[in-house]
Design a protein around this ligand. Structure first.
Ligand SMILES: NC(=O)C1=CN([C@@H]2O[C@H](COP(=O)(O)OP(=O)(O)OC[C@H]3O[C@@H](n4cnc5c(N)ncnc54)[C@H](O)[C@@H]3O)[C@@H](O)[C@H]2O)C=CC1
Ligand SMILES: O=C(O)C(=O)[C@H](O)COP(=O)(O)O
Length: 385
């Protein structure tokens, strides 16, 4: 069997050691010619796969080690008889940590407490749902919008325009869709951007085109009160430097880039491929994954809860590092092509980032109430009371 795969899928050699020949390529270069004699194609979000690309090739299985599937022509591939698998939820926790770090950073920058804000979550699936649970555990109020779920009977959801009118913070977690009743392309258009409440924090870690980037640049030029954090960009891998300059936080599509999230993505696709081949999945992530370098830290009695929360958040993930790296790259890039390559390089050479549930807390030396809150919110694991 010949498997063609994106070079940025970790642990693939280990998982697929007994599957035949494996060819690794940069995701953006995978095309019809690269898969001309392939049986299986494994991608990440940067490879667009359509039935036309696979026409005349032996490819019968396409796996994407990502949550998002907007780079795949799902109806076309289904019509062509190609089995498609994705990795739902694989890096959701990483995105939640990214959002929390944005909240902490924007709070510091604006000298306003994020704990008192009403947070609107648009799209309440794997990411949005976990974000809501985490914020709830931290005692932060949320308002949720998800019309497809509302149609299926879910309760307690509001319309987007109501959410916009009531929330201080808005975080987007929808898939990118271009047709249908609930299409998300330019969900945040100029009209909606103009009516954001004064001082709104708008965070997008879903897909770039969910916000009309041209309209956003126009609105931001007129409204210095808005604080915007963009992890995803309409013209990726090209970032409009003028838009980035107007954003409070700008990162290169790395919200979900914890090592844990990537490894889960690989494991999920390995399992899906085994099912497709009707072959037992004998390997597990636990057997193959690198062991965590878990940190341990103690809380001193009497330390304010907010300080502890900030410390936990910063230790887990600090969005300011990714923001600084993107801005440095943009400032140094001599051309648009260099900027595109720089964006991809930041993602390919991404520093090791582990998820917070791998941190341990020395609860013996901690305030039990605060420790319990942090554990409930999923920041830390374990510990004795
Ligand atoms: N920046 C990054 O690194 C990452 C970005 N993502 C993006 O985040 C998206 C969401 O991820 P998940 O929560 O795992 O997906 P999911 O499929 O579990 O949840 C998406 C939710 O959005 C809802 N939705 C669809 N259209 C909507 C609309 N018009 N308005 C409001 N809600 C709507 C759906 O009903 C669903 O509940 C992915 O599709 C992907 O594009 C995911 C992981 C990492
Ligand atoms: O899972 C998703 O969906 C994502 O957005 C991924 O984190 C994107 O990572 P790459 O596939 O672009 O490496």
């Amino acid at each position: 069997m010949h498997i063609v795969a994106d070079e940025n899928i970790p642990l693939l050699d280990e998982f697929l050691a007994d599957f035949g020949r494996l060819t690794r390529l940069p995701g953006r270069l995978i095309d019809h010619t690269s898969v001309s004699d392939a049986d299986v194609l494994l991608v990440r979000s940067v490879t667009k796969v359509s039935a036309a690309m696979l026409a005349g090739t032996p490819v019968r299985f396409v796996g994407t080690c990502t949550i998002g599937t907007d780079h795949l022509d799902l109806p076309g591939l289904a019509a062509a008889g190609v089995e498609v698998a994705s990795a739902p939820g694989c890096n959701a926790r990483g995105v939640v940590e990214y959002v929390l770090s944005c909240l902490l950073t924007l709070s510091e920058r604006s000298a306003t407490a994020w704990q008192n804000k009403m947070v609107g979550i648009v799209g309440v699936g794997e990411v949005g749902g976990r974000l809501a649970t985490t914020l709830d555990a931290l005692g932060i109020e949320t308002l949720l919008c998800d019309p497809p779920r509302a149609e299926r009977g879910a309760e307690g959801l509001v319309e987007l325009d109501e959410l916009i009118s009531r929330c201080d913070v808005i975080s987007c977690h929808v898939p990118l869709t271009t047709d249908g009743k609930h299409a998300t392309h330019h969900l945040f258009n100029e009209k909606r951007l103009r009516v954001l409440r004064p001082g709104t924090w708008l965070i997008n870690s879903s897909r770039g085109p969910v916000i009309d980037n041209t309209a956003l640049k126009t609105v931001l030029a007129q409204r210095a009160d808005l604080l915007v954090a963009l992890d995803v960009w309409e013209t990726e891998p090209l970032v409009d430097p003028k838009l980035a300059a107007r954003c409070a936080l700008a990162t290169p599509h790395i919200a979900g880039y914890s090592l844990d999230g990537k490894l889960r993505g690989t494991a999920q696709i390995y399992q899906a491929l085994c099912r497709f081949l009707d072959s037992p999945a004998t390997l597990t992530l636990e057997q193959l994954a690198p062991r965590t370098g878990a940190g341990e830290w103690a809380m001193e009695a009497g330390t304010p809860a907010d300080w502890l929360l900030s410390k936990a958040l910063r230790q887990v993930y600090d969005v300011r590092d990714d923001d600084a790296r993107l801005r440095a790259m943009l400032a140094a890039a001599p051309s648009e092509q260099a900027s595109r390559e720089g964006f991809d390089r930041l993602r390919k050479d991404y520093p090791l980032r582990r998820e917070c549930n791998l941190l341990r807390i020395n609860t013996a030396a901690s305030e039990p109430q605060v420790a319990r809150r942090l554990i409930a919110a999923g920041f830390v694991s374990g510990g004795e009371f």
